[in-house]
Design a protein around this ligand. Structure first.
Ligand code: PLP
Length: 391
């Protein structure tokens, strides 16, 4: 009786929070996304997740005895390690020109696993205010001092660097997930050198998109030696699942010893590792898809310039955002676009700051020019006057 009563009270407390979301127009709910029309919202930038050719490649390799387990059976430190996992770490480290790598079960896990353990009580982490939730959650779990700097504002970062104590880490994303804009990595590298800080770069949305063979922005800029740690996800352009943290052998050994999401979780199953290996090989052979994606990004940017009313966040990545002020307004705009057969999502506050609610458009290698112009035509018809970005 007592426990029934407690459960009812707990559910009622939860209901109150959900009602608040409902009244703010920010209630999230799950939908099945298979028949949602033209894909202009997924992270499958190169079409790998839906590629029959890649699926056949994975299938052809998965018959070997070594890969027959359905699950990994445990944490990597107990029974879950394999030659497959170790070889894949070496292969991906080479691909991105890093000394060493450690695979995590997701990009979220990788960031939490990295940020929660690298900085200790008297150290400092400085991070961009638009950092992904996984970076922020990892920092929260650490005992370090942490301060955020204004988005892409290197002067503000320098101000904080001057005051920072202990071992100092700077965290940025090479491509920001909600805005699609790029971090000024070269300037940030210089600042890190000047103040002896260790730079950490989340390459989630640059993997498969930047660099000749999709190696990301760090390799594209040739700054791999200046970056302490990098995080690459396999769930976006790679079209699979999981992630890797790249850095020195020492960093890898440290994470194996101190990173709790790595230590206390069952490792990825062999099928997942095999799929990632095949996807990376596929990426190397299909760099034409990166060119097709770049082409579409360029085309989108050229076309959107012709529409004076649209307020676009400046971006040369696959993520393009049209700002429409207000949850209700942006939701309605997304619904109209979806009803016309284009799958574009509204990003609401509090996920982004109030006043900068947006349509988040993800471009892909497989989108046609007609799809892009068709989408822009609808957007043009929806936006009455320029919206302002409030940060
Ligand atoms: C910048 C960034 N980092 C990390 C993640 C988490 O990656 P995953 O989806 O593999 O957990 C995401 C995913 O949205 C992201 O956008």
């Amino acid at each position: 009786m007592q426990s029934q009563h407690s459960a009812a009270a707990a559910n009622s407390a939860l209901r109150k929070q959900l009602d608040k979301r409902l009244s703010d127009n920010s209630l999230r709910s799950l939908r099945i996304s298979s028949s949602d029309g033209i894909d202009l919202c997924s992270n499958d930038y190169l079409g790998f997740a839906r590629s029959g050719e890649l699926a056949a490649l994975i299938e052809s390799q998965s018959v070997s005895d070594e890969h027959r387990l359905n699950g990994s059976t445990g944490s990597r430190l107990l029974t879950g390690n394999s030659v497959l996992a170790e070889d894949l770490e070496k292969f991906i480290s080479n691909y991105h020109k890093a000394e060493s790598g450690l695979i995590f079960n997701s990009g979220y896990d990788a960031n939490v696993g990295l940020f929660s353990c690298i900085a200790r009580r008297n150290d400092t982490i400085l991070y961009d205010e638009l950092s992904h939730a996984s970076i922020i959650d990892g920092i929260r779990l650490s005992y370090s001092n942490s301060f955020k700097f204004r988005h892409n504002d290197t002067e503000h970062l320098e101000e904080l660097l001057r005051k920072a104590v202990g071992t100092v880490y700077v965290a940025v994303e090479s491509v920001y997930s909600m805005d699609g804009d790029l971090a000024p990595l070269k300037e940030i590298v210089e600042l890190c050198k000047k103040y002896n800080a260790a730079l950490i770069v989340d390459e989630a949305h640059a993997t498969g998109v930047f660099g000749k063979e999709g190696e990301g922005r760090v390799v594209e800029l040739g700054i791999e030696k200046d970056v302490f740690a990098r995080m690459y996800t396999f769930g976006k352009a790679i079209g699979c699942h999981g992630a890797i943290v790249l850095g020195s052998d020492v960093l890898k050994q440290y994470l194996v010893n101190f990173s709790r999401p790595f230590i206390y979780s069952t490792a990825l199953p062999p099928q997942s590792l095999l799929a990632v290996k095949c996807a990376y090989e596929f990426l190397k052979k299909n760099s034409c898809r990166i060119d097709e994606l770049k082409n579409n990004i360029h085309f989108f940017n050229e076309q959107v310039k012709k529409i004076k009313k649209v307020k676009l966040i400046d971006s040369s990545s696959a993520i393009q955002c049209v700002v429409i002020n207000g949850n209700e307004q942006v939701k309605r705009a997304a619904e109209t676009i979806q009803a016309s057969g284009y799958n574009v999502k509204a990003i609401l506050s509090p996920t982004v700051a109030g006043g900068s609610e947006r349509l988040r458009i993800c471009l892909h290698s497989f989108n046609s020019k007609e799809e892009i112009t068709g989408l822009l035509r609808i957007i043009e018809s929806l936006i009455p006057s320029p919206a302002k970005i409030n940060r």
